[in-house]
Write a protein that binds this ligand. Structure first.
Ligand code: MN
Length: 318
């Protein structure tokens, strides 16, 4: 899997070990993400489907985009659309997306880069493959995560951040058979480049066959592991988990996961997205592209969008 890789993980710093008094988190649930379509029809897996909102908080939605191998002319994106009340994080593992928005943000997201968009009070944006990739087809694999904003920040000014693949913090485990890419927040004493209104940690872990990993985790954060590819286990009790499944880990100071000794032909390692954050614990009224606290605020968001108050498509739009 492209993302960011290293020839010799043993050269990386090892993630800090839990203290003797720390407790492992327990696996509360394993769910399987159903398949669906997004935007103009690109295939996704709805990672959070079937999970209680309280276990997801501060996250509200996550799609695994692909992995799909497009033929010529097949790659798809989204039309221009609005958002309000949360932040979107787009992590491209393989393939390329172009982004443009109504506040002048824009750029190319590819090969391990992340784009962070704070919709806040309102933004319009478009995400689509570049023309050359539409013509040629090719592999496409990424993740889009929605991070909620607390009521006091829902109407904050929109903001756009490009996080280059080279700026993520890289760690390994004790045996050097893991690559841990810290995209946002902190893991032990390592920090990632993403700047978030809501405190979170987001990391992409590659664990070689037979590898075991213990990750320190903020006891106040929720904890989710979503398998992007491969087969393995989660928790000290070694509950099986595989591609397209998500585990909720509760109560404790560290997470445990393992990669099966043999992986299928499509992946050489277990690939896991690990994420968690500080729960917001407020009521959620969400519909389509808006995530608010009340139905009245949702109605206001639709009214504001219809009236053009969430932004305008720029004249030089892609
Ligand atoms: Mn969007």
């Amino acid at each position: 899997m492209p993302a960011v890789n290293v020839e010799n993980p043993l050269e990386l710093p090892a993630v800090v070990k839990p203290a003797a008094s720390d407790r492992p988190r327990r696996v509360k649930s394993i769910t399987t993400a159903p398949r669906g379509f997004e935007g103009e029809g690109f295939p996704v897996r709805r990672a959070f489907s079937g999970v209680e909102l309280a276990d997801l908080d501060p996250f509200v939605h996550m799609d695994q985009m692909g992995e799909v191998d497009y033929g010529p002319g097949e790659p798809k994106g989204t039309p221009w659309h609005p958002h309000r009340g949360f932040e979107t994080v787009t992590y491209m593992i393989e393939g390329t997306f172009l982004h443009q928005d109504s506040i002048g943000g824009g750029g190319t997201i590819q090969n391990g880069a992340t784009q962070w968009m704070t919709a806040g009070a309102g933004i319009l944006h478009i995400e689509r493959p570049p023309d050359a990739l539409i013509d040629s087809g090719g592999l496409f694999h990424g993740v889009q995560l929605w991070v909620n904003l607390p009521s006091k920040l829902k109407m904050v000014s929109p903001r756009y951040q490009d996080i280059e693949a080279s700026s993520v913090s890289l760690l390994t485990n004790e045996n050097g058979d893991a690559v841990i890419r810290v995209i946002a927040g902190s893991l032990g004493d390592a920090g990632g480049p993403g700047v978030t209104h809501t405190p979170i940690t987001l990391a992409h872990v590659t664990l070689m066959p037979g590898g075991q990993l213990v990750l320190p985790w903020n006891a106040h954060y929720n904890a989710l592991t979503y398998v992007l590819a491969g087969q393995g286990t989660v928790g000290l009790e070694r509950t099986p988990i595989e591609e397209g499944q998500m585990a909720v880990h509760v109560d404790g100071d560290f997470l445990v996961m393992g990669a099966n000794d043999t992986q299928d032909s499509r992946t050489r390692a277990l690939e896991v997205l690990v994420l968690g954050g500080e729960p917001i614990r407020e009521s959620i009224a969400a519909y389509g592209p808006f995530v608010m606290n009340t139905k009245a605020e949702l109605q206001q968001a639709f009214d504001d969008y219809q009236a053009g108050r969430l932004g305008q498509i720029p004249a030089d739009h892609i």
